[in-house]
Design a protein around this ligand. Structure first.
Ligand code: NDP
Length: 245
């Protein structure tokens, strides 16, 4: 139980990688704060975790709302007295061409993947500086390799990488560790929200010939990163399915 006495807040914990990460950190002994918009899904996760003896706080959280981000962090600290790990996982991937795009989808991606992650970081930093905690940013292979049909999602994840590296340089000598996780294709609900039919068909075709990663594979990487000794900073983890070129 390497995270006994630690408190972790996971955004986007209502499905996929966030849900699996909350489960993994809880299994390692952490108290967990789980945030997302779908409170019914959070309630089901809370029930499962509570049944295993984990202390859990669910918070309704839209990361695009800065006040909600502040309130979620405050609720975590009010309940548990500290914050040791923030997992900035909430994200959307609305793939599609740039020419003729529905630009409201660009706004959603940037507001969620970039600004939301920044708002949560801002809210959590005073507490992470106090606890010498860790902040885990869920980027993507898409934050390292740009592809046709993925321009704005690429841009959002590139922004996560740049922001996180600058933050790392600012806080590492204060004992706060910044971790960038970059998964390849993971079998989650992420691509269900794509509205561009060509982009959707293309990614479904790629998925059909790929043994995809499971959310738990990424959760284990998060656990590895946040359970190292204080002097070890895992800066970046890139994990692709073996079948993904
Ligand atoms: P899911 O769609 O299963 O999970 C996304 C999570 O983000 C949900 O819990 C959703 O909760 C939450 N979310 C979305 N918008 C908001 C918002 N405005 N406020 C709060 N929560 C929000 O997909 P994944 O688990 O795959 O995605 C998690 C992260 O992993 C994302 O950042 C994604 O970019 C990244 N990633 C995923 C890969 C993949 O192949 N699946 C590959 C690389 C990176 P709710 O709707 O309830 O608010």
């Amino acid at each position: 139980m390497t995270l006994n006495g630690k408190v972790a807040l996971v955004t986007g914990a209502s499905s996929g990688i966030g849900e699996a990460t909350a489960e993994e950190l809880a299994a390692a002994g952490a108290s967990v704060v789980i945030g997302a918009r779908r409170t019914d899904r959070l309630a089901a996760l809370e029930d499962r975790l509570t049944a295993t003896g984990t202390k859990v706080l669910s918070v309704e959280l839209d990361v695009t709302d800065q006040d909600a981000c502040q309130a979620a962090v405050q609720a975590a600290v009010d309940q548990f007295g500290q914050l040791d790990v923030l997992v900035n996982n909430a994200g959307v991937m609305l793939l599609g061409s740039i020419v003729g795009a529905d630009t409201t989808e660009w706004t959603r991606m940037i507001n969620t993947n970039v600004l939301g992650l920044m708002y949560m970081t801002d809210a959590a930093l005073p507490h992470l500086l106090a606890s010498k905690g860790s902040i885990v940013q869920m980027s993507s292979v898409a934050g390292r390799v740009a592809r046709l049909g993925s321009g704005v999602y690429n841009a959002s994840k590139w922004a996560v990488g740049a922001f996180s590296e600058s933050l790392r340089q600012e806080v590492t000598d204060k004992g706060v560790r910044v971790v960038l996780i970059e998964p390849g294709m993971v079998d989650t609900e992420l691509r269900d929200h794509i509205t561009d039919q060509n982009a959707k068909a293309a990614i479904e075709e790629r998925a059909s010939r790929t043994r995809q990663l499971q959310a738990a594979d990424i959760a284990k990487a998060v656990l590895y990163a946040v359970t190292q000794p204080d002097y070890v900073a895992v800066n970046e983890i890139l994990i692709r399915p073996t079948d993904q070129v």
